[in-house]
Design a protein around this ligand. Structure first.
Ligand code: FE2
Length: 59
């Protein structure tokens, strides 16, 4: 996230709007991955690992 944000800032500074748009797209996608993974970690913490795994098999 840090590197993508730095890249966006640099592209903006250089007036490279194509690169900025590309990096913003990647950043948005990565934010979704992070949200997903944080949700999984929260569930593991709440349910315990065995129950979490059992739930994965059900889905
Ligand atoms: Fe990712």
């Amino acid at each position: 996230m840090k590197r993508l944000n730095e890249g966006i800032a640099l592209a903006t500074k250089k007036g490279d709007n194509g690169t900025r748009a590309l990096l913003e797209e990647i950043l948005t996608s990565e934010e979704e991955h992070i949200d997903y993974l944080e949700a999984q970690l929260h569930q593991i913490k709440e349910l315990g690992f065995a129950n979490y795994l059992a739930q994965q098999i059900e889905d």
